[in-house]
Design a protein around this ligand. Structure first.
Ligand code: 48H
Length: 259
């Protein structure tokens, strides 16, 4: 005999317990695209308590759509080792062009994060950052995506962390919030502000992403497409090696700082 109220209680109690347990963490990541997912696994593997807030129902961001909805992705030689780490199958299409299935890639990157101990909260949007007395970023302010979509006037809640990663992709949402809301905020970019992403140039876009991945403002890091969008890096289309390497790099930077 199944009691529906036990099912309901099981879900509500276990969810809220995890929610409360994660009110203070080491690292909060906004966005579960490839950069956020890879960063989270490396951070958790290093023993850092890491959580991801993802606006959508699904994970993987733009990776799931491959190129023009053909759900295949391409990575170059130097990034293939990251796919290998997750046992994601690849086919060498031409020298230095490795093709992988986008669904398998997203599923295994997500599973790798979860197995490493990352807690992923989906259907939640980061709508603001939390700051300390010196205006350093020390957490995020979140709300249900459903509230955001319905434009309801419902106040959000706050989660604290030692570092925050903006892995929100092209829209670079957290950094924009810092610029908009913190008077005189200067970013760690050539002009102290968001430069915006440059047009397509896969070769340069992929390379420069490793340099644009950085602590962009005290307490706030950028990874993935958000990094190139901040510092004026080129876009690169459906080659995803740079996103994986950027996730790895931001994790290494934070591990060095916190460990
Ligand atoms: C919670 C949020 C919020 C928010 C957004 O776009 P993504 O896949 O990001 P990356 O950087 O890991 O990968 C970029 C890649 O997908 C891409 O777009 C490429 C390679 N483009 C090249 C080109 O030329 O166009 O994922 C970002 C994730 C998404 O799942 C969003 O839903 C989520 O972040 N997100 N989550 N709170 N405020 N904003």
């Amino acid at each position: 005999m199944l009691d529906e109220t036990i099912i309901t209680r099981a879900i509500i109690e276990t969810y809220t317990k995890e929610f409360v347990n994660n009110l203070k963490s080491d690292v909060i990541i906004a966005g579960s695209g490839p950069a956020g997912l890879v960063a989270s696994k490396f951070l958790a593997d290093a023993g850092l308590n890491t959580i991801i807030f993802e606006r959508k129902l699904s994970f993987g961001g733009g990776m799931l759509g491959g190129g023009i909805m053909f759900n295949k992705i391409v990575v170059q030689d130097e990034a293939k080792r990251i796919l290998d780490l997750y046992s994601i199958k690849t086919q060498e299409y031409e020298p230095n062009y490795h093709v992988a299935d986008a669904v398998e890639s997203v599923a295994k990157l997500t599973s790798g994060a979860v197995d490493a101990g990352v807690k992923i909260f989906n259907l939640i949007s980061v709508e603001d950052v939390k700051i300390d007395d010196n205006n350093n970023v020390t957490g995020v302010v979140i709300n249900w995506t459903a509230v955001e979509k319905a434009q309801l006037h419902v106040d959000p809640v706050t989660f604290k962390s030692k570092c925050v990663i903006d892995a929100t992709g092209h829209d670079v949402e957290l950094v924009k919030t810092v610029l908009k809301k913190i008077p005189g905020a200067k970013l760690n970019t050539p002009y102290g502000t968001i430069i915006g992403e440059l047009p397509m140039h896969a070769e340069i876009g992929e390379k420069i992403l490793i340099e644009t991945t950085k602590e962009i403002y005290p307490g706030l890091y950028v990874a993935g497409m958000a990094a190139n969008a901040c510092s004026g890096g080129q876009r690169m289309g459906p080659i995803f090696g740079g996103m994986l390497l950027s996730g790895e790099k931001v994790a290494q930077m934070i591990i060095k700082k916190l460990k």
